[in-house]
Design a protein around this ligand. Structure first.
Ligand code: ATP
Length: 298
């Protein structure tokens, strides 16, 4: 069996370009993995089986989570086997401890997909074929790389940025439902508006050279106007400007250290989930491996 941890992602900034003929929007985003993660355990089994725990604690989460072929875990497994034509395909049992809130703008599904690739690479003693990874999902290449990076194109162009460590964060998921494709469609319908920037002392010194803007914010509040109240409410209890991650609805603020962030998280109520977190310098990675090599190559 092999265990892999799969950290969530925040978009510190997200610039969106006009929709292209492919139907996709090019992005320019500063992304970061954080220590809020799913855990995945995988082993060879008689059939493909996915067991999910933890999701019941994420209010509104478990109902949205498919266990069948729609789960990104199986999409990633399929991509892995397609790229390894000389290895005999084997079914596996995957146990997923789901901690990252779903449909939140934290790329939890992409984290699980990346963790599946890492698990299968470990179990088969093969390398991941990175060429096919963006097709699984635009956040999957970054979910493998992790740390701090500039993400461009459709998520496949990644430039690592030196690690940032002069702050902690509070991430809060308001009780608002937003679907990523719907937010992009709304952004197109609104004519591609630029997002508001967070500035001044709300931004830690290491990020002051960056333009911290989320272009999807206006589309998100057009679909879910109550998000404005949640953002204002968090801004007043946290005493700083609040930013949105990805297509929302997750909101976050920067704090001087983890103690300060934990205090702010403890004072936050009425959210689907809230957590004080730190940036981490890795993506999906093996935490424990007792798989048997002789078993994997047969
Ligand atoms: P992104 O910002 O990458 O679009 P998100 O963080 O808003 O994603 P996710 O939690 O990654 O949202 O998932 C979005 C949808 O994908 C879910 O509503 C669910 O139906 C589907 N999905 C498929 N597999 C998974 C998975 N392993 N974990 C979470 N969601 C999954």
């Amino acid at each position: 069996m092999i265990r892999v941890e799969a950290p969530a992602k925040l978009n510190f900034s997200l610039r969106v370009g006009s929709v292209e003929r492919s139907g996709f929007h090019p992005l320019d985003s500063l992304v970061q993995t954080i220590n809020w993660q799913d855990e995945l355990a995988a082993q060879w089994w008689e059939d493909d089986i996915l067991e999910i725990t933890g999701a019941e604690d994420l209010a509104g989460g478990s109902a949205e989570l498919p266990t069948g072929t729609d789960n990104l875990i199986w999409k990633a497994a399929e991509a892995f086997w397609q790229s390894q034509s000389d290895v005999r395909r084997k079914p596996m049992r995957v146990r997923l401890n789901k901690q990252i809130p779903t449909a939140a703008g934290l790329a939890g599904g992409s984290a699980d997909a990346a963790a599946t690739l890492v698990a299968l690479a470990g179990l088969t003693r093969r390398s991941i074929d990175h060429g096919g990874v963006p097709a699984i999902g635009s956040d999957v290449p970054f979910a493998l790389l992790g740390g701090t990076a500039r993400m461009e194109g459709y998520g496949e162009q990644l430039t690592p940025v030196p690690p940032l460590s002069d702050f902690s964060l509070v991430v809060a998921v308001p009780p608002v439902t937003l679907s990523t494709p719907a937010v992009y469609r709304e952004w197109d319908r609104l004519g591609g508006p630029a997002g508001p920037a967070i500035k001044g002392r709300s931004v830690p010194p290491s990020l002051r050279g960056h333009d911290l803007v989320n272009d999807l914010y206006r589309a998100a509040i057009s679909l879910a106007p109550e998000l404005v109240e949640h953002r204002d409410h968090l801004g007043s209890i946290w005493g700083r400007e609040v930013a949105m991650s990805g297509s929302g609805p997750s909101l976050f603020g920067f704090f001087g250290d983890l103690d300060e962030a934990q205090e702010a998280a403890a004072a936050t109520s009425g959210m689907r989930a809230v957590r004080a977190v730190d940036p981490v310098s890795h993506g999906a990675r093996v935490t424990w491996d007792e798989s048997d090599y002789t078993d994997t190559v047969r």
